[in-house]
Structures are given as C-alpha cells and as structure tokens.
Design a protein around this ligand. Structure first.
Ligand SMILES: [Zn+2]
Length: 368
C-alpha cells in the first residue's frame, strides 16, 4: 500500500472563496499544512483523513480584525467559531504589552496585535484623558521589541476615552505607526469625523463605523458624509467592530447602506463579557449582515480576503488557493427565524444563520 497523497480531504462542501470567486461544490485537499488542490471529486483513497462537509459551507478560516483576548477570552475560544487569525485591537499599550504577547505566542491560532498608543491600553478605561499617556517613544520601543507580533497601532477616540484631544491622540498614533496601519475607534468623538479622517493614510482602518451620534458617519439629512466616501476612495478602510456599547445601531446601518455604504471588513470587538451579550461570535455578526441585505459571498469576503488585505503579515491568508496555509472554516447555514440585537438591544429577525461546525488550522482539524 502506498501512503495517502493528502493528509486531509474536506469532501463535498459548498466552497465559498471570494478571493478566487469560487462558489461551487468541490473537495479541498490539504497536505503539509497547505491547501494543495481544489477538485470536484478527490478519491477517498488519496486521503489519510476525511472531513465530511456535505450540506455545509466551506470558507477560508475567518479573520477577525478587532478582538480583545487575554484572561477573559482565549484565542482558542474564537478558533471554535472558525476564527483562525485575529488582531487584538489595543488591549495593551507599552506598559502591559508583554502579557498580551505571551497570550499571542501561546495561542493555537494566529494572533497579532495593534498596540494601543496609550501606555496602559484599555486596562484603565479613559486611557487618553491625560494625553501624555500617548507616549510616542514608549510605544516605539514596545514595537521595536515585538516586531513579530505588533502589526499596527490602535487609538480610541471617543470623548469618554480621549476627551477633547482626539486629534492629537490620532496624530501621535500615526507617528508611532509609520508605514503600519492605525486602527482608530470612532463614535461619540469630540471632533467631527471629517476632521479625523483628514489625518489618515491609505490603509488605516476606521472601526465602529456604524456608531450612533454624536459625530456619526451621517450628515444632518441622514446621508453618508462626503468626507467618508472620499476617505474610502483614497484607501481608508471601514470596519464594523460590533462590540457591546455605542458602536452599532440598526438605524445608522440602515441609513448608511441606503447610500451604498457597506463595510470593508466585519469584526466583532469580542471580549469575555461580549460572548453572552450583544456580540456573541463572529459568525453571528456576519449573519446580521446577511439579514441586513449583504450577499453571502460579500459578507464572507469581509472576514476573509478583505480582512487579510488590511494586515501585511496576513496577505497569504483568507483564501483557499492552492499553496495557501490550510486555514479552513466549515459552517452550517441554518434556515429559520433568528433574533439579532444591536447595541441598544433593538431586536430584528433574520432567516439565515452561520453556525461553525468544524475548523482546520494550519492543516490540523478541530471538529466542533
Ligand atoms: Zn475594541
């Protein structure tokens, strides 16, 4: 008997890979931790192991660009949702980055970090009320020390966090980031959004885009601000960041999407408490956007190839193309009546829900 050609074959699922415009039933062959082939029917005898995906959706492993991991929430918990790669969005700053790097290093999935420009990260909420907490030199030293893990800079600009010096905080975050992206948390800021957007580079990521006022992305007539559309045209990215409080309400999403303003990426802003309150998990948030009218392939792109495009070290991810790391998520797309909530607990009913059933990380399977 000859050895099997492939370590694992995922059989009979509906492949949905927006990076290759694939939406068809096919098998995925994995060997040596990489995707090796996508074919209509791979012989079972070619596989050392088989994963039956008939009736299920098979996507690239999900990428969540905005999570908070640590003592309250482990990366392994998110892996069971199909999240094979994530970015921690500012949990830690220069003073407490070492502990977060240990979490990233120990994780079974891929964790990278946006360093909070404030020295303490979110450990002391209101971390930028004293602007001197945004210590450019300390942040630069932390980045130099953890180059492998820190892939950008996070800054929270709400008035409750940054008072009336949101613009100065953002300038400092930009200074620290250099060529790397800044992820900025908007919503209820002191400064109007256009003033904030002016300071951004192409590739910077605005999170919590559907935040309610003050200073939402809408003008007084309820239309998306021209400055927001212009920023997108010049390469600024717009991310959901669902979270629990003050980040997304249905009326804001409705108004923005009526103007065609859909997100580039869908992220959860997951925390420990969010697992049972308003956030739940990334597949649930993707399902919300299906309810809101986003086509399935476009919603999946927001958590795969579009998310990968925002982080340089993720550029080979978010795809099922042969040669790519074998990160694969398998979902049921359930039909029924499902209740979804926004950040003020307004309920809406959707009729499709993605539920993770298995995940493959670097070629190794984890069945849910
Ligand atoms: Zn966050």
């Amino acid at each position: 008997m000859r050895a099997a050609r492939y370590d694992l074959v995922i059989k009979g699922g509906r492949l949905l890979d927006p990076s290759s415009r694939v939406d068809r039933v096919a098998d995925v062959a994995i060997e040596g931790g990489r995707i090796r082939a996508i074919q209509p029917n791979i012989a079972s005898t070619d596989a050392a192991d088989l994963l039956d995906a008939r009736g299920k959706i098979v996507t690239p492993g999900l990428i969540d660009l905005h999570v908070h991991v640590g003592a309250d929430l482990s990366p392994a918990t998110l892996l069971r949702d199909g999240v094979t790669s994530m970015v921690d969005g500012g949990s830690a700053g220069a003073d407490n980055i070492d502990a977060l790097v240990r979490v990233a290093r120990a994780a079974p999935n891929r964790v990278r970090i946006f360093l909070n420009v404030a020295r303490t990260g979110v450990a002391t909420p209101g971390e930028l009320l004293n602007i001197e907490a945004a210590d450019v030199d300390a942040a630069r030293r932390a980045m130099a020390q953890h180059r492998e893990w820190i892939v950008g800079v996070k800054v929270r600009l709400s008035a409750g966090v940054a008072g009336d010096h949101d613009l100065e905080a953002l300038r400092r975050a930009r200074q620290v980031a250099g060529p790397l992206p800044v992820m900025l948390h908007v919503g209820q800021t002191h400064s109007p959004l256009p003033k904030i957007l002016e300071l951004l580079n192409p590739g910077d990521i605005v999170t919590h885009i559907y935040s309610p006022p003050p200073n939402s992305l809408l003008d007084e007539a309820g239309h998306v601000l021209a400055a927001v559309q212009t920023a997108r045209q010049r390469g600024v990215r717009f991310d959901v960041g669902n979270g629990r409080n003050g980040h997304i309400t249905w009326p804001i999403v409705d108004a923005a999407t009526r103007d065609g303003f859909w997100p580039d990426t869908i992220s959860s802003d997951s925390t420990g408490p969010g697992r049972t309150f308003r956030v739940f998990d990334l597949p649930t948030i993707v399902s919300k956007f299906l309810m809101l009218g986003m086509p399935l392939d476009r919603a999946i792109a927001c958590v795969t190839n579009h998310a990968a495009a925002n982080v340089t070290v993720f550029k080979d991810l978010g795809t099922l193309r042969p040669g790519a790391p074998a990160d694969v998520a398998i979902f049921e797309l359930r039909d029924g009546d499902f209740e979804f909530v926004d950040n003020v607990d307004a309920k809406r009913t959707g009729h499709r829900k993605l539920v993770a059933s298995a995940v493959v990380m670097n070629g190794a399977r984890l069945d849910g």
